[in-house]
Design a protein around this ligand. Structure first.
Ligand code: PSU
Ligand code: MN
Length: 306
């Protein structure tokens, strides 16, 4: 049977939050099931959820659970995703297939944005978005296109230096995605705080971010508002060290013949090895910081959130 709308199932906690008008922050699940190794994925899940709750908001992990698009992955289902038991990486193109085949699907930024739009959730936090790849400029993450058609505030630490960052920023401009730097006037490099890529908008005010989103909705713009902040200074890595790690990782990927959806997880794991695990600590710290900022924005946005 073909499902009919509303197709996205809300967990009890998320449904209750929405009914009472409490702020909700959506999270992706691909970072838990593919992006981070065990047990760091468990720590990421806990740190993000605590950071959101500490601000009085409710977390909602997006996923396809045995074919059911869900906001609020939890309990035994979440456990399966953390153990990566037969869990597929699901980007925008894979959503309908995962639903029709009853699969467990960990949603990327692209697929999570599609579910946020369908469930009318307005604030989403992630680590870094996908973008234009360095050695294969035709390999451009579906995250970019979905950002152009998902009216969701998306908080991230930029995009990883495994990507072509200048090309990624250019594509965001072409696609009409507003990018605001929070406490930075540069597009951050995920592991690194500085990239030299200037932003056209920057603020230190959460209220200003909420105002910009309200203006965007009033203008009838269909796109996301991408909020970028640098990774926390204590855990951020040095630019030169990351450059060397990425160069090595790209060479490894070339030799191993890695292509398509496997590229991003492969490069992340290779960078982790090359930095002696310090990239992992940076990753966890920035995920927590992004979840916290997203929660502050969701609280500020108030009624519009639900
Ligand atoms: N950035 C991270 N960790 C991740 C990803 C990005 O720090 O796990 C994931 C996100 O889910 C993102 C996806 O949406 O990788 C992009 O994959 P692709 O390039 O195949 O679109
Ligand atoms: Mn790709």
């Amino acid at each position: 049977m073909i499902p009919t709308p509303p197709i996205v199932r809300l967990s009890e906690a998320v449904a209750t939050a929405r009914q009472s008008g409490a702020p909700v922050v959506a999270l992706e699940s691909s970072v838990l099931a593919q992006g981070l190794p065990e047990p760091a994925n468990r720590q990421a899940d806990e740190r993000m959820r605590l950071a959101i709750a500490a601000r009085g908001a409710v977390p909602a992990i997006a996923a396809v659970v045995r074919g059911v698009p869900t906001m609020g992955l939890a309990g035994a289902d979440l456990e399966r995703f953390l153990r990566r038991d037969g869990v597929h990486k699901v980007s925008a193109r894979d959503l309908a297939w995962a639903v029709a085949t009853g699969a467990d699907g960990a949603t990327t930024v692209a697929a999570s944005l599609a579910l946020c739009t369908e469930a009318q959730l307005r604030v989403f936090a992630t680590g870094g978005i996908g973008g234009v790849h360095r050695e294969a400029p035709f390999d451009e993450s579906a995250d970019l296109l979905e950002l152009s058609r998902s009216p969701v505030i998306t908080v991230c630490a930029g995009a990883k230096s495994i990507l072509d960052l200048p090309a990624t920023v250019e594509r965001l401009e072409t696609l009409g995605v507003t990018v605001i730097g929070y406490e930075t006037d540069e597009f951050p490099g995920f592991f690194t705080r500085h990239t030299g890529l200037a932003l056209s908008a920057s603020t230190t005010s959460v209220a200003c971010i909420a105002d910009t989103f309200r203006a965007q909705v009033a203008l009838g713009r269909p796109s996301a508002l991408l909020v970028v902040q640098a990774p926390p200074a204590r855990e951020a890595l040095d630019g030169l060290e990351v450059d060397a790690a990425v160069t090595a990782a790209l060479a490894e990927a070339r030799v191993a013949g890695i292509r398509g959806a496997k590229v991003t997880p492969f490069l992340l794991a290779a960078v982790e090895r090359a930095t002696g695990g310090r990239s992992l600590q940076a990753n966890l710290a920035l995920l927590e910081a992004n979840a916290s900022l997203a929660a502050a924005i969701a609280v500020e946005l108030g009624a519009l959130t639900g």
